[in-house]
Ligand binder design. Structure first.
Ligand code: AMP
Ligand code: MG
Length: 512
């Protein structure tokens, strides 16, 4: 007999004053069934692996609690309130319009995880929405959050995914779904903005204290005689956001809807909507086809990060100093570090992508010039770096057939061969100067340059199988590959390929 799976609830958000949320039970969906259960995320809350092919009564009860059909003892479901700048414009009242925080788990290691059910029905913050999420976009979020984790990029996690017999109306009729996601906290920049713009400064302070006490405990004991604690909070969020966006830029990830209500106070990636990973290197890539001006284009993300952090800083001003001019000066000073922090993370990641050991003045131009020719020649960003790792540092005319073939395959990706020849000569010279060891360099490059990424067409295939045939095997296959994206897996070569012709024009909208 298996032990009954137990969840140890320790709800801290529900203890905050009730201006922070509305208590709200989930509204179950019709005939819910499990699409996928993620053992890796389950382990974070001490749940044993679930044998989905032979569920016992205890398992079924657990799943019924995770899909919002029944409450477990200890759950205190709520929808939190927040505001936010959406496409640059302040919207005073947003909030969890279709996500419900079921409760927080305290695991055996003492870590806390929000269990948040997305698609759980209407809440007081739903505005005109139906409170639901569709299977298509829930699969996209499920896969991407785990793919980001596989790439070591801070993110919410996905515990399980459910489909249902409920019809949900978007541009067409779609299938209603539920996604159980987890994070140490889902508090957003917009949560702070809500209390600032409503002139509730005592609650603003309460929220800042809550975040510091539960997530930035190092700051808790800071000397607070001059409100230093809150400035350090801002400084920490700036650093974390700079590091996060540097990682996005380095891996080729575009979030798509970088509104301040989609920015985490913990500096993790949240709220996956019309995101996209670059196929060919196109800095102006816009993944969200509703983003007509390209505000959230791939290469705009660092700048948008600063805009969003400035909104957060604005909201924190009352906590930084009693005197408004002094508060503004303090905020300005810490914000001015953002760009350098981001650039220095990015430079470090770029050096690793190229397999460089030393830091040299010419690194920036070597990398920037590479990106320029990748863009000009429409080269697949991910494939390029994996292939580059196999190129030896010395151009050897006697090289064996395999080395020559690797070199030619890489070179043949370029329309402008001269540009490639020129760049690769510079790169090889650089490797020689630092006495690079080819075998070691290839090994290291392949630890930072993934073999598999969640290309849109791969997600699309999994979505089509799931929505048209209720076949979920592709979700499982992708998850297995993306949880270990650096390791080539036997028989899976087609998953590393650039998009086929049918997938060239997939468009992803905001509707979800
Ligand atoms: P998003 O662009 O998905 O981050 O959503 C922005 C805001 O709209 C959030 O407050 C969501 O909770 C809310 N929202 C999005 N879709 C729905 C929906 N179908 N029903 C209710 N609220 C929604
Ligand atoms: Mg959102």
């Amino acid at each position: 007999m298996k032990n009954k799976p137990t969840l140890n609830f320790d709800n801290t958000y529900a203890q905050l004053p009730d201006v922070f949320y509305t208590r709200q039970a989930p509204t179950p969906l019709k005939n819910t069934h499990l699409v996928h259960f993620n053992h890796a995320a389950a382990a974070l809350i001490d749940l044993p692996p679930l044998d989905v092919d032979s569920l016992d009564n205890n398992d079924k009860q657990l799943l019924n609690a995770l899909n919002g059909s029944r409450l477990l003892p200890g759950m205190e479901p709520l929808a939190s309130v927040y505001a936010g700048h959406q496409f640059g414009t302040y919207v005073p009242q947003l909030g969890d319009g279709r996500a419900i925080l079921l409760g927080e788990i305290r695991n055996n290691a003492g870590q806390s995880w929000d269990l948040q059910l997305k698609g759980a029905g209407r809440t007081p913050y739903s505005r005109n929405g139906d409170g639901r999420a569709v299977l298509r976009s829930s699969i996209r979020e499920y896969l991407c959050s785990e793919a980001m984790h596989g790439l070591s990029i801070p993110t919410t996690r996905a515990l399980c995914l459910f489909s249902s017999d409920e019809e949900v109306y978007r541009e067409t009729i779609e299938t209603g779904a539920l996604l159980l996601r987890m994070a140490p906290s889902h508090v957003r920049f917009g949560t702070f903005e809500y209390f600032f713009y409503n002139n509730r400064h005592e609650h603003l302070q309460c929220l800042a204290d809550f975040i510091i006490d539960s997530h930035y405990t190092d700051l808790k004991y800071d000397d607070n005689s001059n409100n230093n604690k809150y400035l350090r909070l801002l400084e920490t969020v700036i650093s974390k956001t700079a590091a996060l966006i540097a990682q996005w830029q380095s891996i080729g990830f575009a979030h798509g809807v970088l509104n301040t209500d989609n920015m985490s106070i913990l500096g993790i990636t949240i709220d996956y909507g019309p995101y996209g990973f670059l196929d060919t290197f196109n800095p102006a890539y816009i993944c969200n086809h509703s983003d007509h001006t390209g505000r959230y284009a791939f290469d705009q993300q660092p700048k948008i990060g600063l805009f969003n952090l400035s909104c957060l800083a604005q909201a924190l001003l009352p906590l930084l100093d009693n005197e408004s001019q002094a508060a503004a000066e303090k905020a300005k000073t810490v914000l001015s570090n953002y760009q350098n922090q981001l650039l220095s993370h990015y430079a470090c990641l770029s050096r690793e992508k190229l397999g460089l050991l030393e830091q040299r003045d010419e690194d920036h131009s070597l990398h920037a010039d590479l990106l320029a020719i990748l863009a000009e020649n429409q080269i697949d960003y991910t494939l390029f770096f994996r292939k580059l790792s196999k190129i030896p540092s010395i151009a050897d005319t006697q090289a064996d057939a395999q080395v020559t073939s690797h070199f030619n395959t890489l070179r043949d990706m370029f329309i402008n061969r001269n540009a490639f020849d020129h760049w690769i000569d510079r790169y090889r010279l650089r490797l020689l100067v630092e006495n690079s060891d080819d075998v070691e360099r290839e090994r290291k490059m392949n630890r930072v340059n993934p073999h598999y990424i969640l290309r849109n067409y791969l997600a699309e295939k999994a979505i089509r199988n799931a929505t048209e045939q209720q076949d979920y095997t592709e979700i499982d296959t992708l998850l297995t590959l993306l949880q270990n994206p650096y390791d080539e897996q036997a028989g899976m070569e087609q998953y590393a390929a650039s998009p086929p012709d049918w997938a060239q024009h997939i468009q992803v909208s905001c509707s979800s």
